[in-house]
Design a protein around this ligand. Structure first.
Ligand code: HEC
Ligand code: HEC
Length: 383
């Protein structure tokens, strides 16, 4: 019976994922029902942030967060027991895969895209570079199943968790009231942990909340003004994104030198031959070709390489792209076209000031916060 229930949940999850992938303009989906026990922990909303978007009926508990954290760092979620969520989402780099243009999974196979940061997700309107996922609960499914990522399936994971050194059944019991491990409970635990990953202690934040207005230098303040006039139409508000999908003029074909070091010839040929069509993959509407979700720029100093395919290594390349590298195409965002001129006019000095400002969005406290670290490093024995 347990097994049948488990398959049913898996099937419902898959159907919901498919349904939401096809329907694009829907409001955030209600959360799948999972009974969570214990007192809820309130989400602390930073004073300069808007109200969160994550379904408020989602109950977050200390036991749920603790379970999600252990799962996030557990390689047993992958087929070879070596790739954890944290392999591609590393805390020291705002939970991105540092140094990898495209993230690597099981057997060092290359995934399709650059791993985005995991931060402030309860404010997100949609997930993934193409917005193909609408609910935080479903974000891990692609990674868990993809042969180039964790290459696993929920049934295999459940078997491993039940036979793990870690007392997972006990932890599921504390979080959900019974010892049963189901896919929905597992996904909800990851959601509970990820909901806690809030980055709002950068120098910019303290300046923006008026806590200390001397925190930004003259150059950084000038950079902020320039950013507001040149970039914030898309990288909007305190989250530095409006979650819309836009084509920011990246060149259609990547240069050979932009390919990942250590790729096999076959991988290179495949990558050069195929172009990621972004939002079009979700909507199948020609107007969405090559559009990608505007990324947040929080912690951007640490989240490189940049763009959905990680083609730029440093911020100077990104600024140069906007100033002189925009490639025209039918879906290019109108904000990047002024008459016949393409791009955002910026002198070298202005580009430097904007980069200085972008670095004020770094939040070292977030990247060192022991509550988000691998639990084995801190209090493994107590779990
Ligand atoms: C092999 C590397 C890899 C692993 C392992 C991995 N991810 Fe990811 N993750 C990615 C990539 C790449 C994307 C972007 C996918 C896309 O846009 O198509 C992503 C996207 C996400 C997002 C969406 C973030 C956003 O802002 O839209 C979340 C949340 C996430 N992953 C959570 C997880 C969790 C939880 C796990 C563990 C179960 C996990 N990931 C394992 C590479 C990985
Ligand atoms: C027309 C909307 C738009 C404007 C204006 C814009 N951006 Fe972007 N930006 C995007 C989109 C869309 C992406 C993601 C593109 C992709 O990966 O295919 C992006 C990506 C980035 C990235 C990469 C982030 C990452 O995590 O990979 C940086 C950095 C960035 N933009 C900085 C800026 C700066 C600085 C300006 C102003 C000079 C600016 N952007 C203006 C839409 C815009």
């Amino acid at each position: 019976m347990k097994k049948i229930l488990f398959y049913c949940f898996g099937l419902i999850g898959t159907l919901m994922l498919l349904a939401q992938t096809c329907q694009t303009t829907k409001p955030p989906q209600p959360a799948p029902t999972v009974t969570v026990i214990g007192p809820p922990i309130p989400l602390a909303v930073p004073a300069n942030f808007p109200q969160p978007r994550l379904d408020t009926s989602l109950k977050i508990t200390a036991a749920g967060v603790a379970l999600g954290r252990v799962l996030f760092y557990d390689g047993d979620l992958s087929s070879n027991r070596q790739i954890a969520c944290a392999t591609c989402h590393q805390q020291a780099n705002a939970f991105t895969h540092h140094g990898h243009r495209l993230s690597h999974g099981v057997d060092d196979r290359l995934s399709r895209r650059n791993a985005p940061p995991i931060q402030n997700l309860v404010w997100a309107k949609n997930f993934f570079w193409d917005g193909g996922v609408h609910h935080l609960d479903f974000t891990p499914l692609t990674a868990l199943r993809d042969t180039a990522e964790m290459n696993s399936d929920i049934e295999a994971i459940r078997f491993k968790l039940e036979h793990s050194r870690i007392d997972y059944n006990g932890m599921f019991d504390k979080a959900y009231g019974t010892r049963e491990i189901t896919s929905q409970r597992l996904l909800r635990a990851l959601t509970q942990f990820m909901s806690q990953l809030v980055s709002a202690s950068s120098r910019y934040d303290r300046y923006s909340r008026g806590e200390d207005t001397t925190l930004l230098t003259k150059q950084e303040k000038e950079g902020l003004q320039l950013f507001r006039s040149k970039c914030s139409q898309c990288h909007q508000g305190e989250l530095f994104t409006d979650y819309s999908f836009r084509n920011n003029g990246l060149a259609a074909t990547r240069k050979r030198e932009e390919l990942e070091f250590g790729m096999t010839e076959e991988q290179k040929v495949r990558l050069l031959a195929t172009r990621d069509e972004g939002r079009y993959r979700v909507t199948l509407n020609k107007k969405d070709r090559y559009k990608f979700r505007v990324p947040s720029l929080r912690n951007v100093q640490y989240t490189g390489p940049y763009m959905h395919d990680g083609r730029f290594t440093v911020l100077a390349q990104v600024l140069r792209h906007y100033a002189t590298g925009i490639e025209d195409s039918p879906t290019l965002d109108p904000r990047l076209r002024k008459g016949k001129k393409l791009g955002i006019p910026m002198t070298d000095d202005e580009q430097k000031k904007i980069i200085a400002f972008l670095k004020t969005l770094s939040d070292p406290e977030f990247m060192k916060d022991p509550r988000y670290a691998d639990p084995r490093l801190t209090r493994y024995s107590k779990l």
